[in-house]
Design a protein around this ligand. Structure first.
Ligand SMILES: Nc1ncnc2c1ncn2[C@@H]1O[C@H](COP(=O)(O)OP(=O)(O)O)[C@@H](O)[C@H]1O
Ligand SMILES: [Mg+2]
Length: 355
């Protein structure tokens, strides 16, 4: 593979097994300079293992990791220009905040004024200078996290690896901390790789998201790309709701599904192939017209309405087929339960997904 200018971290074909478990299955990914990348996926999909492999805490069974185009094969964690913040923060309970931050720097041989200055700088970055003399048990969850962050930053890494940094915080702190992490990354101008299993969190803070499942990266993209153009059913199902219908390709732009004929703007595989097509609920229009048929039209009855303040979700039913539609309240007519309606959507809104 040719080196690229932007890829600060390059993961090439990394596989990691624990006995029978394949924690990472031939993972390749490029992490860009100064980006905020979220690793998103369900519990057990290999997120922590991937971070640990980048940090040098796990040795891959196959594949390579490059940082600044330099192979990290055989390099110990402390030799790598990255730092990992653990889910548990892993602070030393008997040491003060300042000593916790100084610990790694001392191991690197830093002493005296130089050491004190680096500790002060790191604590200042997270606004924790005033609490330098405290012990971890005298800190709130949010403050502990800042100390853990300061300890990572003290070594001035090229990239910070954060494992579920918001998981231990209560709900109202989470949103604030999310914004703080984004601001911190911009101030520092370094790369953040953040693990999360929460799609809203990933979408809200990351510039790009890598969606993982069962040891693999399924798709990498901006939140908008993943939402608008998922490539697989798994990714489509991960972000919000989607109507997904399986069908058979009839013509280059038409798929026969149980909900009727669906016309597609994107190119389709050959006639006879099985595909899944998908439409976001907010891309579907509702009209108070009964029985209108044809491509991309579905006539049925409103089986349920879920009122949600700014939006309402309608479930339109016909012969066991159900379509989910989201409409903005006040922007058009409202529909009652039992109303005869026709749902319709443009061909351009239809995504063709791999199973
Ligand atoms: N040290 C280990 N020994 C045995 N199995 C492990 C070890 N670390 C992780 N695993 C397994 O590897 C898989 C991926 O784990 P992990 O990377 O921790 O997932 P995630 O962080 O996405 O929840 C899981 O099945 C987990 O049980
Ligand atoms: Mg984990």
């Amino acid at each position: 593979m040719t080196p690229t200018v932007n890829g600060v971290i390059r993961i090439e074909g990394v596989t990691k097994r624990f006995g029978e478990v394949v924690a990472l299955d031939n993972v390749s990914c490029e992490v860009r300079e100064n980006e905020f990348l979220a690793l998103l996926g369900p519990s057990g999909c290999g997120k922590t293992t991937l971070l640990r492999a980048i940090a040098g805490l796990e040795q891959p069974d196959a594949g390579h990791i490059f940082i600044d185009n330099l192979s990290q094969d055989g390099r110990a964690p402390y030799e790598r220009p990255v730092n990992m913040m653990f889910q548990s923060y892993a602070l030393f309970p008997h040491m003060t905040v300042a000593d916790n931050v100084a610990f790694g720097l001392k191991q690197d041989g830093l002493r005296g004024d130089a050491l004190a200055e680096r500790v002060r700088e790191a604590l200042a970055r997270v606004e924790m200078e005033a609490l330098a003399a405290r012990k971890p048990q005298q800190l709130s969850g949010g403050q502990k996290q800042r100390v853990a962050l300061a300890r990572c930053l003290a070594k001035r890494p090229r990239a910070l690896l954060l494992d579920e940094p918001l998981a231990a915080l209560d709900k109202h702190l989470r949103e604030r901390t999310q914004l703080e992490l984004m601001a911190l990354r911009e101030r520092l101008g370094i790369t953040f790789i953040v693990v999360t299993h929460d799609q809203d969190e990933a979408m809200g803070m990351a510039g790009r998201v890598a969606v993982m499942d069962k040891g693999r990266i399924l798709q990498v993209g901006t939140p908008r790309e993943l939402y608008d153009r998922p490539l697989t059913r798994t990714v489509a199902g991960f972000f919000g709701h989607m109507n997904i219908w399986e069908g058979t390709v009839e013509t280059p732009d038409r798929v026969a599904c149980a909900v009727g004929a669906v016309r597609v703007a994107a190119p389709l595989p050959r006639a006879g192939a099985r595909v899944a097509v998908a439409v976001r609920p907010e891309q579907i229009a509702l009209q108070a017209v009964a029985g209108q048929s044809g491509e991309n039209h579905f006539a049925g009855t409103v089986a349920d309405v879920v009122y949600g303040g700014t939006i309402s979700t309608y479930f339109v039913l016909r012969e066991g087929q159900r379509i989910r539609v989201v409409r903005q309240n006040g922007a058009g007519p409202a529909f009652e339960r039992g109303a005869a309606v026709t749902a319709s959507w443009p061909a351009a809104a239809v995504r063709v997904l791999a199973p």
